[in-house]
Design a binder for this molecule. Sequence first.
Ligand code: ASP
Length: 328
Amino acid sequence: MKYYIIKIIFILAIFFSQPVFAQSGKFGIVIHGGAGTIIKANMTPDREAEYIAKLNEALEAGHKILSSGGAALDAVNASINIMEDSPLFNAGKGAVLTEKGAAELDASIMDGKNLMAGAVAGVKHVKNPINLARLVMEKSPHVMMVGEGAEEFGKENNIEMVENSYFITKERWESYQRILKREEEKKKTEKHGTVGAVALDKHGNLAAGTSTGGMMMKKFGRVGDAPIIGAGTYANNNTCAISATGHGEYFIRLGVARDISALMEYKNLSLIDAASEVTVNKLGKLGGDGGIIAIDKNGNIAMPFNTSGMYRGYYLNNESPVVMIYKE
Ligand code: ASP
């Protein structure tokens, strides 16, 4: 009897202690569709409208989940799936090509509630790499899986597989061919367009995810920052959630995403200050280009970048969605 009373008191204590940990009930999602040389003069009105519509669709999908009390992780996953399925972005369909002319995809996802994370790199037949990254997190004891092994694991768990040609759009193939002909421009070409999402749900949980085809003309086998936890993706309920885009090698060297979180955790910096210290000061000084999106545990957001543009947007609480492309 005494045992049961103690047990009931224990359960009640856990139950009533929840609101102490719960946050303000604020929620929101921030997304990006890549940073790079994105200039209004090079954009047709139709193309611009397509980007704006797709970014809004991705925001809506994530926000719908959050506003109905769903998990940040599900919101991030849903928004990224929409961008992966769109040929507009360098992730999933529409991914850039390696120097051998194939698509090799990287993705990662992280749950800020328990620091669980999953990542895949160099996969060639997984329709939505972010789904496989999530599967690695939820159904394996590992954090990262690559290439054939990752695909095998996906197949065992009924992940949707496609031919590599599914990812290769006419536009990407033509630009690959153009670059092949102009050998000397290979190094100068830096195609960005990675996609990412970060979210805070009503329960105070943060999540982050990033999915990419990497960089145009990358050596086959090259892995960027997107699937590296702490470089391109990071989430911790005590600080913030981050997804990066840009020249991955620099983001890996600086451990950009984790560094921002660490500045908040150890130095008590605000999200804005931590994000600009790492992206503007550190990344800029090292010569890396790109940007990040972030949301903190209180629902503050940051979207710094040092390129001419970054496809980005946010949809917070019951406000209206906002989408931006250029420096404005
Ligand atoms: N960060 C990605 C990579 O280096 C590329 C990008 O964001 O455009 O693979």
